[in-house]
Design a binder for this molecule. Structure first.
Ligand SMILES: Cc1cc2nc3c(=O)[nH]c(=O)nc-3n(C[C@H](O)[C@H](O)[C@H](O)COP(=O)(O)OP(=O)(O)OC[C@H]3O[C@@H](n4cnc5c(N)ncnc54)[C@H](O)[C@@H]3O)c2cc1C
Length: 408
């Protein structure tokens, strides 16, 4: 039996990589080394159903614990990897253990970006990336408390919706002129602002948090105009920093993420990287992308497993993502960044519509709000490089099937 595959990280991507290797008939040892205290679990519920108190830890496990045992996959939790020794082909764990690899997969995800400002480490100021973060946040989310969320991105808005369900007073601070400004067009931003306001959330755009006030724990969030918002709890949701430091220290190319090829291989042919921590080439978009989504982590894991098994298949999928807020399901196909034209299908007032994004005349993305047919059709058209007829697309009376059939 060979040295096998060592996977650094025990998240979504890591779990899928191990499962895919076994599915493909990999016979050598597989070990996952994770710094958290849990086997692989799903992160999306941490801001949604789990945080709402509707799920247990068992419910969000990526696979039942017995799966790992039955498939001969070893998992070490509470085991941070501190170095990759490429010349010895070993990883070094914090307790000094060294483990050899034949293939190494780096699936270290990222960590929540923190606000570098006074009071940023006061009790009551939280981030949300791990189950431990979510547990602390959930405990602090008591009815009637005042929660200030710094950042109007998906995670911030999902927590706002969950916190309203749990009876907190919620304010969202967004530095840009609208929420979701980095990832969605204006119609989508305005829809979510209205949705949240209708549920009693205060949304303040163009508002920059500059510090957290309090003695022994948080008492208020200080804005750049000097105003202090009283707060019992603050959530900083301002994005993710990829955990690429191990790879960089091992001399692997990184550029806000570990640089991989279409097979999820780093510059070292026996070292792969997958998930949120990677930057991969996208033939579809003609540039490199670093994506933060379950779909990307799972599919890159399958791509890496195939390559390790010598059955190379390039990764070039249409990115997709979802977000649940109140009774609204947002589904996103493609990447809208760089769009120069948008088209609205349906009416936001009916809580069901889609925004299609075009660049140089070509369809590049779609945000579908309670509109699964639009989402599915957009995903397929983007994958096939097809663009729909604008006039027919704008008419909600024309079924998406017909629009897709006529796309060229
Ligand atoms: C609150 C929240 C809500 C989300 N909602 C959605 C959603 O609705 N839809 C969607 O598509 N995506 C969502 N995501 C994103 C999604 O969860 C991630 O894209 C996905 O988990 C990425 O998987 P990964 O394996 O790359 O990284 P992760 O799942 O982050 O796993 C990486 C693991 O590696 C560990 N690690 C890091 N460094 C080391 C080290 N040196 N040694 C050992 N272990 C290490 C990390 O602690 C972590 O456990 C959400 C994320 C969060 C936090």
């Amino acid at each position: 039996m060979g040295a096998g595959t060592v996977i650094i990280g025990a998240g979504h991507g890591a779990g899928q990589a191990a499962a895919s290797l076994r599915q493909l008939g990999y016979k050598n040892p597989i070990i996952l080394l994770g710094d958290e205290d849990y086997p692989p679990y799903q992160r999306p519920p941490l801001s949604k159903a789990w945080l709402a108190g509707e799920q247990s830890v068992q419910d969000i496990l990526f696979k039942p614990e017995i799966f790992w045992e039955q498939n001969g996959i070893a998992i070490r939790t509470g085991c941070p990897v501190t170095a990759i020794d490429r010349s010895a082909r070993e990883v070094v764990c914090a307790d000094g253990t060294r483990l050899p690899w034949a293939h190494l997969v780096i699936a270290t995800g990222g960590h929540a970006r923190r606000l570098q400002c006074p009071g940023g480490d006061l009790p009551g100021v939280q981030v949300l990336r791990t189950l431990a973060d979510a547990t602390a946040l959930s405990k602090a989310m008591q009815e009637g408390r005042r929660l200030v969320i710094v950042g109007g991105g998906y995670v911030g808005l999902e927590v706002a919706a969950t916190a309203r369900k749990r009876g907190l007073e919620v304010t969202v601070l967004e530095a840009e002129e609208r929420v979701l400004a980095r990832v969605a067009g204006e119609a989508v931003s305005r829809f979510f602002e209205t949705l949240h306001r209708n549920h009693g959330v205060t949304i303040r755009t163009g508002a920059l948090a500059q510090g957290f006030d309090g003695g022994t724990r948080l008492a208020g969030v200080r804005l750049d105009d000097g105003h202090v918002l009283p707060a019992d709890l603050a959530l900083v949701g301002i994005g993710l920093v990829p955990n690429d430091d191990l790879a960089a220290a091992a001399g692997l190319a990184c550029d806000n993420g570990i640089v991989v090829d279409a097979y999820c291989r780093t510059e070292d042919p026996d070292i792969y990287a997958i998930g949120d921590v990677t930057r991969h080439p996208s033939a579809l978009y003609g540039r490199s992308l670093r994506l933060e989504s379950v779909h990307n982590a799972l599919e890159q894991a399958k791509t890496a497993a195939m390559a390790i098994m010598g059955r190379e298949k390039p990764y070039d999928q249409v990115p997709w993502f979802w977000s649940d807020q109140y009774d609204v399901k947002l589904q996103i196909a493609g990447i809208s960044q760089g769009y120069d034209e948008t088209l609205l299908r349906g009416t936001p007032e009916n809580n069901s519509f889609a925004v299609f994004y075009f660049r140089k005349g070509a369809l590049i993305a779609c945000d579908a709000i309670n509109a699964p047919p639009e989402y599915m059709a957009a995903r397929m058209m983007i994958a096939q490089g097809k663009t729909p007829d604008r006039a027919r697309l704008a008419d909600p009376g024309v079924p998406m099937k017909e629009i897709m059939a006529g796309a060229s």
